[in-house]
Design a protein around this ligand. Structure first.
Ligand SMILES: Nc1ncnc2c1ncn2[C@@H]1O[C@H](COP(=O)(O)OP(=O)(O)OP(=O)(O)O)[C@@H](O)[C@H]1O
Ligand SMILES: CC(=O)N[C@H]1[C@@H]2OC[C@@H](O2)[C@@H](O)[C@@H]1O[C@H](C)C(=O)O
Length: 375
């Protein structure tokens, strides 16, 4: 018999490659989810380096990928241990873990040979935690002709309900939008780079992992010519379903666009901040001009300069005033939304409920996502 509430753990390590968000979630019999406890752990420098190096082709990849999958499983297991300790719970209290793994390739446009790969050894994670692990959430949607991403729109639709034309913008390494009109179909798609290029540029030139509150970008001036060049990438004009990743947007892509032009490094950072805000809002106004409220989540919601820029730009792009807030306003820490979503996806798998949205991913139909590794 289904319990009225069950406890699930969601483990997310996204395209920013910053670390692991582990969320303990209480999930009701209709899928209503709330975060009970959370732990965020940065990757060790060795693991981050190994995962980063796997993002582009290199030698002896198979061995390095399997090693990184094991190391990530061990790091996930540590995060689970810390989470259980914090919540004073035992593994037997947890129905299942939903583990995303680390995306190292995303190639959804290869027809029948399309693939996406999230590195992780789920068997090792099940062994180390003594909890059922659900992993590999994207493959089944791809097998059904979809992109396998983004997956969070189904969770957003369940979680964020308002009597308004609503949209959710996740600003992780990559940014993605979920469109939740008051009436009509839920849709969603990746809209371009989120924090990834800003992170890469500041890392390269200042040695910092990210540009806290956009402070460095604020010291520069946006270069409109470079911005237009970046925005001319065909991805921005592509019609959904669409998804992207480090395969498309990375430091090499940026350097190619810059070519041998000379720019102050802080001007490039300012331009990248505008690129993230502009591409997301352009996509929103193009696909859902009637949107009344935009909820922002992901690490980018913590970037005050980015939040301010979204508000300023929206005034020029939208005819009706667009209310913009972070997901804190809906009671969810922006950094925990994806982790909570993967706890929910594990719940959906256990309940044998399809969790992809064919209107979002382009899959032939609804599919049950993930594969289970029993404890
Ligand atoms: N105070 C802050 N100022 C600026 N940027 C911030 C701040 N806090 C977090 N960030 C950004 O958020 C990023 C982490 O975001 P998040 O955890 O949502 O990424 P992710 O899980 O890798 O995302 P996804 O899977 O959606 O691509 C950091 O790399 C950083 O760029
Ligand atoms: C292939 C992949 O890992 N995609 C991620 C990435 O990070 C953000 C965006 O690109 C989104 O499409 C997806 O993650 C979230 C969790 C999703 O599937 O909805």
């Amino acid at each position: 018999m289904t319990q009225p509430h069950s406890l699930y753990i969601g483990l997310m390590s996204g395209t920013s490659l910053d670390g692991i968000d582990a969320v303990l979630a209480q999930i009701g019999s209709n899928g209503e989810a709330s975060a009970v406890e959370a732990v965020s752990r940065p990757f060790s420098p060795e693991l981050r380096k190994a995962l980063f190096e796997l993002q582009s082709p290199g030698s002896n990849e198979l061995h390095r990928e399997k090693q990184a999958g094991n190391a990530l499983a061990l790091a996930y297991a540590e995060a689970v241990r810390e989470l259980l300790k914090k919540a004073n719970l035992q593994p037997s209290h947890i129905a299942a873990i939903g583990a995303h793994g680390q995306t190292i390739r995303h190639q959804p446009d290869l027809g029948d040979l399309a693939y996406t790969h999230q590195t992780l050894n789920p068997a090792l994670l099940a062994e180390k935690t003594g909890i059922d692990v659900i992993a590999d959430f994207r493959s089944r949607d791809l097998a059904a002709g979809g992109h396998g991403a983004p997956l969070v729109p189904a969770f957003h639709a369940q979680q964020f309900v308002e009597d308004k034309n609503l949209a959710i913008l996740n600003i992780g390494g990559i940014a993605n939008l979920t469109l939740l009109p008051r009436t009509g179909e839920v849709t969603g798609f990746d809209c371009g780079p989120g924090n990834m290029l800003m992170d890469a540029w500041i890392q390269e030139h200042q040695g910092n992992a990210f540009d806290e509150n956009g402070n460095w970008a604020l010291q520069g001036t946006v270069n409109e010519i470079l911005l237009a060049k970046l925005l001319s990438d065909p991805f921005f004009k592509k019609a959904p379903p669409k998804s992207t990743g480090r395969d498309d947007f990375n430091l090499r892509w940026l350097q190619e666009k810059i070519g041998n032009e000379n720019h102050h490094t802080e001007d490039v950072q300012a331009t990248l901040l505008h690129l993230t805000a502009h591409s997301a809002l352009e996509a929103l106004v193009h696909h859902a001009p009637q949107t009344q409220k935009l909820i922002v989540c992901g690490g980018g919601a913590r970037n005050t300069a980015l939040m301010n820029l979204l508000k300023v730009k929206a005034q020029h792009l939208f005819e009706v005033p667009l209310e913009i807030s972070t997901s804190d306003s809906a009671g969810i820490d922006p950094q925990l939304v994806e982790g909570l979503a993967f706890a929910w996806l594990a719940w959906a798998h256990k309940e044998k409920r399809p969790a992809n949205m064919p209107a979002v991913t382009g899959a032939k139909g609804p599919r049950i996502l993930g594969a289970c590794y029993p404890a």
